[in-house]
Design a protein around this ligand. Structure first.
Ligand SMILES: [Zn+2]
Length: 414
């Protein structure tokens, strides 16, 4: 663990630099509130709303900063005081065999991280979100959500992890097999999530027959979009923030609207939001996003293949020998800056898809107005940042900021 080891230097530098980059972005974003708003946004955010918005973002940024500083300090202390060497000794002494001992080491780390994150999550939900009137979660739901999440990740994630470790333990082309398994797993999850997982967290109820349901079915038929079911989801049990989503492939497509969305929007606006979602589907955004994800993970596994064979990677964390499971953990720390660079590409792609889906919705509705008013409502109700810094957008925004979306919607159609 000295700077003469390039793996040590690269990982430490990456971790510390990313922390400072996030800090810088948070500061720039909060400072945006000191500047005068562009006129289009000033028309939507009155002075009181703007003040509330600045407070909300300031408070959230402070919590993020506290969380990040805490996790950086814990990581550095664990790392520099020989924590990984201790974890290696502890897990090798377990009686489950190399693969499952490795799974236990990673599970112990993940569980510790989840426990350490708990107070921050609770502060976010019952502190910040409650203060600004968004939170509807009870402590009971909060705890149940976390237990269910933990149980599901263990049930689905640990066997996959064991398989990956087994590949690396026994196969020459382990990286390729691991990548293939991950690809199959992600496809399986897109199929499984709406059927088995989401219903564990939310209650799906069929939308009652009536004007809204008929209008939705008419819209879907007009856009040649097969719908098996239209449901309403009890999002209001957790937050007042609203949303709509789709799930499923082929004939079994299921439209789900948050009850909070239904209650706060006119029928035309709901249809426009749905047309936007249908646009994502009809323009093939989902498979394209999946393909980009798979390309990214191909690169990840190729790099992992080389890194795991380098003794220097393990020495950088004070571990002698080359335990594969810990190698995965070390690589995940080393890989962070590369992951950030790749996420620049995928979020830029995602923002482009949003513009395309918006344009699709405008065409489907024959007018930009319903989507414009829906987006305005969603942004101001959620206290979205009216004017985020371009660096924050590039790094963290999967959706373009409201101002740009409105400008695109209100420009003459291409
Ligand atoms: Zn979208």
């Amino acid at each position: 663990m000295t700077f003469s080891n390039p793996w040590f230097t690269a990982t430490l530098l990456g971790v510390v630099l990313l922390f400072h980059l996030d800090l810088l972005v948070a500061l720039l974003n909060v400072r945006q509130f000191a500047k005068p708003l562009p006129p289009r946004m000033a028309a939507l955010y009155d002075e009181e709303k703007l003040k509330l918005c600045a407070e909300y973002h300031g408070r959230s940024a402070r919590l993020d900063l506290m969380r990040d500083s805490f996790f950086l300090a814990v990581l550095l202390m664990f790392w520099l005081f020989g924590g990984f060497a201790w974890l290696d000794r502890w897990s090798t002494a377990l009686p489950f065999g190399t693969v499952w001992n490795g799974v236990a080491a990673i599970a112990a780390l993940l569980l510790t991280r989840a426990l350490l994150a708990l107070p921050f999550d609770a502060w976010d939900t019952f502190g910040v979100e409650t203060e600004f009137g968004f939170n509807r979660t009870t402590p009971g739901t909060f705890i149940a959500d976390r237990l269910k999440g933990l149980f599901l990740s263990a049930l689905l994630g640990l066997p996959l992890l064991a398989l990956v470790l087994w590949f690396f333990q026994t196969q020459r082309w382990a990286a390729a097999y691991a990548w293939g398994s991950l690809a199959i797993f992600s496809l399986l999850m897109t199929w499984l999530a709406p059927r088995l997982i989401m219903p564990l967290f939310m209650k799906f109820q069929p939308l009652e027959d009536g004007g809204l349901k008929q209008a939705i079915l008419d819209l879907a038929a007009r856009l040649h979009f097969p719908v098996a079911e239209v449901s309403v989801v009890d999002g209001s049990r957790r937050s007042s923030k609203a949303n709509a989503f789709f799930a499923g492939f082929g004939r079994t497509r299921r439209i789900a609207l948050f009850d909070t969305l239904v209650s706060s929007h006119e029928q035309d606006e709901l249809l426009a939001v749905l047309a936007h979602e249908i646009g994502h589907s009809q323009r093939g955004h989902v498979p394209r996003h999946l393909a980009v994800g798979l390309l990214e993970s191909a690169l990840l596994f190729a790099l992992l293949h080389f890194a795991l064979q380098a003794p220097g990677l393990y020495q950088a964390f004070g571990v002698s020998g080359q335990p594969i499971a810990l190698g995965l953990v070390f690589f995940s720390l080393l890989y962070r800056p590369a992951a950030l660079l790749l996420s620049l590409i995928s979020s830029a792609l995602s923002r482009r898809h949003e513009y395309e889906a918006d344009a699709y919705a405008r065409e489907a509705m024959g007018s930009a107005t319903p989507l414009v008013t829906a987006l305005q409502k969603l942004s101001t109700d959620h206290l979205a940042h009216p004017w985020p810094h371009p660096l924050a957008v590039a790094l963290h925004y999967s959706h373009p900021p409201l101002q740009q979306r409105l400008a695109a919607l209100e420009s003459s159609p291409a």
